[in-house]
Structure formats: C-alpha cells, structure tokens
Design a protein around this ligand. Sequence first.
Ligand code: SF4
Length: 272
Amino acid sequence: MTVKPLNTLSQSSLQDYADCPRRFQLRYLEHLQYPAVESEPALENEKHQQEGEYFHRLVQQHLIGIPAEKLARLANTPNLQHWWDNYVAADLGLSGYSLFPEFTLSAPLGLFRLVAKYDLIAVKPGERAIIFDWKTYRKRPKTEWLAPRWQTRVYRALLVQAGANLNNGSPFNPEQIEMVYWFPEFPIEPANFPYNATQFKRDWDALTKLAGEIESASDHPKTDDRQKCSYCPYRGYCDRGIRAGDVADAEAEMEAEELFDVNFEQIGEIAF
Ligand code: SF4
C-alpha cells in the first residue's frame, strides 16, 4: 500500500485520528476513497449530502452579492427550499461586519501545516470576529457534543493564530472570537461558542501534542470503541460489521451525521 507523506492537518483529519487511528491511516495516509455506500439508506444519505453541498454554495453566492431572489430559484428540492427560506428569514446579526465567505487560513503546527476552510468569517476589525459554520444536520446535536469536537477547537484557535490579516495586521484576542454553528433545519437553535485565552492555550497545546503523536506514530490501531465503527465507511476493511448502525447509539448517529457532513475541501464548483 502506498503511503504518501502527510503535510497538512485539518479538523477532519484530527477528528478521525482522535476517533480511530486506523480510520486516519486509511483515509489520509493510504488515501482510500470512502466506499460508495456509506450507510443505509444509501440513496437518501447521498441526496442529503448533495443538498448540503448545494446549500453551502447558495449561501456563498448570496454572501458575495448575488440577490436572494435570483438564488431562490435554484433551491429546487423540498429540503433546499426549506433551508433557503430559513436562511433568508434568519437574522444572523451580520450588519456592520466585513464578510469573508469560504475563507482559508493556515499556520505551522509541528512539522505540519494546520489548514481550515471556513464557511464564513464575519469581522469588525479591532472589535470582534464571528466564525459561522452551516450544518445541514437532520438532528440538532447537543451543544455539549459539539464543544469538544476538533472543528470547534481548531477553527477558533487557528483564527487567533493566523487571522491577523483580517484584523488590520494584529492577531485577534481569543476573547474577540466566537464560533456559531447555524443549522438551516433548526434556524432558531444555533450553537454559540465564545472563546478565551485559557481555552486558546489549552487548544493550541493539545493541537501541538496531537500533531507530535501523529508525526511519531508507528502504527495505527483500530479503535477499541466499537460504536465508532457503527457508521464508519471503512467497516469492510476492518471486519467490524456489514450493516450500518447495528450497534449504534445516539452519539454514534451524530457522528454519522458528521461523516456525511459537507466536507468543504471536497465541494466542487456548481455552475449557476
Ligand atoms: S471500522 Fe472501526 S476500526 Fe475500522 S476504521 Fe472505522 S472506526 Fe476504525
């Protein structure tokens, strides 16, 4: 099996490593594509994932100035229409902010480069920065489930570490940063995560430690927590069950939603 050197880390690869080193190995070192059928019902999940990608693109187009009325015509499935209506009706509090949709930041992390692609960073230079992430989940995850996810930690920490260009050349103080997960299916139940210097230090120290572990790892064992295998697309490689969700609990189901989440790095261009 070819193992290419890994140069970058992202919230998804870090989450995979934390969840199961074997999954990290298969996905990021051996570059095995996710098998086509990830879970049942496969077609429904695939459609939901495509709608999620399309929703992200519609919002991005709106944020760069294309009128909502023009984009509304492209929200052409019941889910998309419902999400789009909720988005247009929502007050995300963006008035007075400079908007940076689909923005990439990166910074050195050990021997790697940590990279994050943000759905939206809204900035009032010298005052405040709000990170928005659109989540087209079918269930509203518990806020306590989201808090320790690597995305929540990486996105805020990296904005402190690498966001000076968005703040007139000065790094943001952690206290100026907040992250908001906004769910088009649950528009009045966003999950908000403010930040502070203690959390930033904790996160950056943890990221540095994890990058060191990944760098020096000589093997990539399967997770002991078989719940993590319930919806994992690589079950077939690990002899961990054939049917999805055989031993699933609520947390595993939420992790499945995350696996089918829009992976911004994989969104192709959608022609308008
Ligand atoms: S099936 Fe289980 S052990 Fe195998 S990669 Fe997935 S989570 Fe890891």
